[in-house]
Design a protein around this ligand. Structure first.
Ligand SMILES: Cc1ncc(COP(=O)(O)O)c(C=O)c1O
Length: 428
């Protein structure tokens, strides 16, 4: 029965039962953390199996004669740029390998826009509200945090099943020169799992922007992080931008964080030749070269891109049951009540969960009180403010299956209780 069709007597009875369940969870002294999308121990152990016998010390010279123990090779070693090129969809000469974090590279590119401008003809973006940045929402909180730190005016754009609402995006960029960029996660978007459609990518590449220095920060964090099977996007955003006469519009970022080890992997940046040259020129003042021994380790661990896909298939086998169990519990507990909807991603690290309007904060609060912590409600929106207070990000990857089951059962109880409380409040 729909919760909204229950009368107050039914709602009060349900509330009592739910409070008893909540108390029972409280007595279990749970301490479960569902806040971040991290790989679990089994995934990390898989990677250890791949890396542990790779020898980078007996011979540290790569196939192009570079001694990886020494300074140099600002772009990163060529063999690895070739190997990882499919993650960003660019040829190796348009790729720079960074340290371990792509987020750090995004931050760095953004800072260069702020301080130096997009190119020699453009003024520095500067900081503060005069720069507007488009934030498809729900989206990735750490993206929004970078642009918030710089004081930009963050403009939410609705996410649809095919990517950001392009009518909104086109309208926003068409007449306002202060709209300088957009955050995008084209494959298994965080947190919805959405894959951008061909039409969305083409419109992003071709749209008319008033700001000539408009930039797409395209975060390809999950290109091989399938749950079922590997698939590539039919349109390559860098190629499409070139066709559209906007070759410098897009920076594509990726990393091996969730292929090998987060925090000890390799970050990647790809863009037009011009953007890469100009980035490299500035980078040469920042560093004498990246950690090439780690690059050599990754290069020797995976002989081909297919080896990476085989490794990701083994990771998917660990993650699939976790995503399935979340969906099963949500369906069993919530289907037919009319108080929640959630996504069914085919890859990535998250499930996006929408509850009744005005109930997300309360749901997360009740869960926290009984020892289950979810990502703060609102975190998936700019400034941490979900205008409808509906969205909660579920990150099923880290906990073992039994803990995950408990956490999702707790979530279901809490979301029902928050819904019943809301309805009783509105009925009065
Ligand atoms: C969309 C997205 N981008 C980037 C990152 C972090 O990437 P890295 O470890 O390369 O900094 C994450 C991590 O959760 C993510 O979800």
């Amino acid at each position: 029965m729909l919760l909204s069709e229950m009368n107050n007597t039914q709602l009060c009875k349900m509330k009592d039962e739910l409070l008893q369940q909540v108390n029972a969870y409280g007595n279990m002294k749970l301490n479960l953390n569902m806040t971040r999308g991290k790989p679990c121990k089994k995934q990390l152990d898989l990677t250890t199996e791949v890396l542990k016998d790779v020898d980078i010390y007996t011979n540290s010279v790569d196939e192009y004669g570079v001694d990886c123990r020494n300074y140099g090779e600002l772009y990163g070693i060529k063999g690895l740029r070739i190997l990882l090129a499919p993650l960003v969809g660019a040829s190796e000469d348009r790729i720079i390998l960074g340290g371990s974090s792509s987020l750090n590279m995004m931050y760095d590119v953004m800072m260069k826009m702020v301080v130096f401008g997009a190119d020699e003809h453009s003024a520095p973006w500067g900081t503060g509200k005069k720069v507007k940045f488009l934030c498809p929402s729900p989206g990735y909180d750490r993206h929004f945090a970078i642009t918030e730190l710089l004081g930009f005016d963050l403009i939410p754009v609705d996410m649809t099943d095919s990517g950001p609402d392009m009518d909104q995006v086109e309208a926003l960029v068409a007449n306002d020169p202060s709209v300088k960029g957009i955050w995008c996660i084209p494959v298994y978007s965080n947190p919805t799992g959405v894959i951008y459609s061909e039409d969305t990518i083409k419109r992003l590449a071709w749209m008319k922007t008033t700001a000539e220095d408009f930039r797409i920060f395209c975060d390809n964090a999950y290109p091989v992080h399938f749950l079922d099977q590997y698939d590539t996007l039919s349109v390559n955003i860098l190629d499409e931008c070139e066709k559209a006469g906007n070759p410098d519009r897009t920076f594509v970022f990726s990393s091996t964080s969730k292929i090998t080890y987060p925090g000890s992997g390799i970050a990647i940046l790809a863009s037009s030749k011009r953007n890469i040259l100009s980035y490299n020129k500035m980078l040469s003042k920042q560093t004498i070269g990246p950690n090439k021994m780690n690059q050599l380790l990754h290069l020797r661990a995976f002989k081909s891109f297919n080896d990476i896909l085989v490794h990701m298939e083994r990771q998917a086998a660990i993650l699939r049951p976790k995503f399935d169990i979340v969906d099963q519990i949500l369906r069993r507990e919530l289907e037919g009540l009319g108080i929640a909807e959630w996504t069914h991603p085919t890859g990535g690290y998250f499930i996006s969960f929408d509850c009744m309007e005005g109930c997300a904060k309360r749901t997360v609060e009740i869960a926290k009180n009984v020892g289950v912590e979810f990502t703060a409600a609102g975190a998936t929106y700019p400034y941490g403010k979900d205008p409808l207070d509906r969205n909660i990000r579920i990150a099923p990857t880290l906990p073992p299956v039994e803990e995950l089951k408990t956490a999702i059962q707790v979530l279901c109880t809490c979301v029902k209780l928050a819904g019943v409380e809301k309805l009783l409040e509105t009925n009065h």
